[in-house]
Design a binder for this molecule. Structure first.
Ligand code: GLY
Length: 386
């Protein structure tokens, strides 16, 4: 993985926050992660992957769940940090579980599933055995592209009464990384073109004047006009669902890194500034920035972790130190007992207090694989590993 050139990093690592330096905190969390994620594997079946922990029980999924790639991805990050070969063996085993998903795109989530598992396996080991599924998956994702819309389609369903025909959710920005990675591996330029066009279309149609984003934009597939802007997981159609905002921030930061298009960098900065101005003191967002019962409502640790990872990269790309400091605060909060589980607790997940879908009544105030994945990624970025 690429080393980040960030001269102030040494100072940050020596800095003390809440009595614990960044380095001490990062080492402590990865020690917990090594223990928890090793025990997690022992609780899984041959083809199952962790989903969450609810009512004292581990909930698992097969490889078809959109989160299937995060557990293998976290194992790769723990291996990258520790060099522990037993963790590498678990990472390899759990990456192979998602192979079937790399061969067809049941939704846009093929990007999350493949890039976090096979993508990290290839980037971290350089072993070409992991390479082809990344290329296969990118071509499968590209079949969901509609040139009239200028986006890949997210979901194939519509909630009753909505009549969605070509829904694109802000989360889909994350899946563009698979297209960009595959373009570098196989040289097929249409993959990159699709990703850049998707990001440009999203920048035009998903964002409000205050740089918050709608969750869902539904398009008319025949002419690319916008049919509806609404939410699926937020408080209301016009609210700022916290994880969606974090996906947008991360997605535009990543797309600038991958494409060099300055418009994406400006978009990421505008999103970051809008969100930072609305964060609570400890840096962890409420599940929706517009939830009417703030401060008496739930935080979403996953939104905090995704945002922290994106802010550190944005800080490197812009040289704006303030993004790095916000992320540091978020990561020290997530590493505190309020959020980080002790070994043996929390169904072997790391972070407590994430929200999957509050309006849907699913995965409310629970651990989630993607909160852990982006937390570990952000810590590696804080450390300067990449
Ligand atoms: N991509 C689905 C979610 O963030 O809940």
């Amino acid at each position: 993985m690429k080393k980040a050139a960030f001269p102030l990093l040494v100072a940050a690592l020596l800095a003390v926050s809440c009595g614990e330096s960044d380095k001490e905190m990062i080492d402590r969390v990865f020690d917990v992660a090594r223990q928890q994620y090793t025990a997690m594997d022992a609780a899984l079946g041959e083809s199952t992957l962790p989903k969450t922990y609810e009512n004292g029980a581990l909930v698992t999924s097969d490889s078809g769940w959109w989160c299937a790639g995060f557990y293998p991805g976290s194992l790769w990050y723990i291996y990258l940090k520790t060099g522990d070969e037993s963790i590498r063996a678990l990472a390899e085993k759990n990456t192979r579980k998602v192979y079937p998903e790399t061969q067809f795109a049941r939704s846009h989530d093929i990007g999350f599933v493949t890039n976090c598992s096979y993508g990290n396996a290839f980037r971290i080991t350089g072993d070409t055995v992991w390479r082809q599924p990344i290329i296969d998956a990118a071509h499968a994702l590209a079949t969901r592209y509609n040139p009239h819309v200028g986006c890949t389609r997210s979901w194939d369903f519509s909630p009753e009464g909505k009549g969605w025909r070509f829904p694109v959710i802000i989360d889909n920005m994350m899946n563009l990384e698979l297209l960009m990675e595959a373009n570098k591996l196989c040289g097929v330029d249409s993959l990159k073109d699709i990703a850049v066009t998707h990001a440009t279309t999203t920048m035009k149609n998903h964002f409000r004047d205050d740089f918050t984003t709608w969750h869902v934009v539904d398009y008319v597939p025949e002419d690319g006009s916008v049919h509806m802007k609404c939410t699926a997981q937020g408080y209301s159609d016009d609210s700022a669902w916290a994880r969606g905002q974090a996906w947008g921030l991360y997605g535009f930061t990543m797309m600038f890194r991958e494409s060099g298009d300055k418009a994406f960098l400006t978009q990421a900065e505008n999103i970051a500034n809008a969100l930072i101005s609305r964060l609570p003191e400890d840096g962890i967002p409420y599940w929706d920035y517009d939830a009417p019962d703030i401060p008496n409502t739930l935080r979403d640790a996953s939104a905090g972790a995704i945002m922290a990872s994106a802010l550190i990269e944005l800080s490197h790309l812009t040289g704006n130190r303030s993004y790095f400091e916000v992320a540091r605060k978020q990561l020290h909060t997530l590493a505190s007992p309020e959020y980080l589980a002790d070994p043996g607790e929390n169904g072997h997940f790391l972070l407590k207090h994430s929200v999957g879908s509050l309006p849907g009544g699913s995965e409310v105030d629970v651990p989630l694989t993607y909160a852990d994945y982006y937390f570990l990624e952000a810590l590696l970025r804080l450390e300067g590993t990449f």
